[in-house]
Ligand binder design. Structure first.
Ligand code: SF4
Length: 247
């Protein structure tokens, strides 16, 4: 396995045998395959949108599946397999609805062992890029999009949605498995991702935070004891301020 997507990454360079977060190699391979599948779904979505086909189920599946690939969100192989199958079924549905050619799609294996092997071979989208500068930009874009998807997913649960955010998530994820581009274009996508992230965060952020606060464990720094990091389920108004949200 190779994963360097979060600040916990081993030695600051990458988790190679098991994740510092507890992620096992099999789960890492399944999550890589899911991420790759979301890029394929995004390409189908991009083509469908250009033909006027917009589907809210597609948007919700994209953001919830991408959220699953973040650190610590879901390490259940059965659940990840279901996401991979749901993503594939949605691509098939779009192919019929929007009459698009999905011959670019790599069909998932029929069992978990086969899916793990596919994940190991494919890696996450952009992982096989040879140019280190472009690979860095692709990874920056991927991790930025995962963050945008996390905001969009939780905002949608609260009934707040923004079509521009979904459109960019699909454009960005599709680009990671699309044709080569010059460095300037990758840089442009990374900068646009930052803009879109601000847009996603502006979707009633206070409500989104409140939702997370009531449903997640929140790691906080106590102002009175700044070195003591404490975890609590329900926030209090006394002396703490939120630092990191953990699911
Ligand atoms: S998500 Fe887990 S496996 Fe990946 S870099 Fe972070 S700690 Fe390592």
């Amino acid at each position: 396995m190779f994963c360097n997507q979060c600040e916990q990454t081993s030695k600051g360079t990458g988790c190679l045998t098991v994740g510092v977060c507890g992620k096992k190699p099999e789960v890492a391979a399944l999550l890589d395959l899911l991420t790759y599948s979301i890029s394929q779904l995004s390409e189908a979505a991009r083509q469908a949108r250009s033909k006027g086909v917009v589907d809210s189920g597609l948007n919700h599946l994209t953001t919830s599946a991408l959220f699953v690939t973040l650190t610590n969100v879901n390490f259940d192989p059965d659940a990840i397999e279901k996401y991979i199958r749901d993503v594939t079924a949605k691509i098939d549905e779009l192919a019929v609805k929007a009459e698009i050619d999905t011959s670019f799609v790599i069909k998932p294996a029929s069992d978990v062992t086969g899916l793990v092997k596919q994940g190991e071979e494919l890696g996450y989208p952009g992982s096989q890029e040879k140019n280190p500068d472009i690979r860095s930009l692709k990874e920056l874009l991927l991790y930025g999009l995962k963050g945008v998807a996390a905001y969009a997913h939780h905002a949608a649960i609260l009934g707040q949605e923004d079509e521009q955010v979904y459109t960019f998530i699909h454009e960005g994820m599709a680009s990671l498995i699309g044709p080569d581009k010059p460095m300037e274009e990758w840089l442009g996508l990374v900068l646009k991702c930052g803009e879109i992230n601000l847009r996603a965060m502006a979707t009633k952020p206070a409500s989104v935070y409140l939702y997370l606060a009531m449903t997640s464990r929140i790691s906080r720094i106590c102002w009175n004891k700044p070195r003591a990091r404490v975890s609590i389920s329900i926030p209090t108004e006394r002396c703490c301020r939120p630092m990191v949200i953990l699911n």
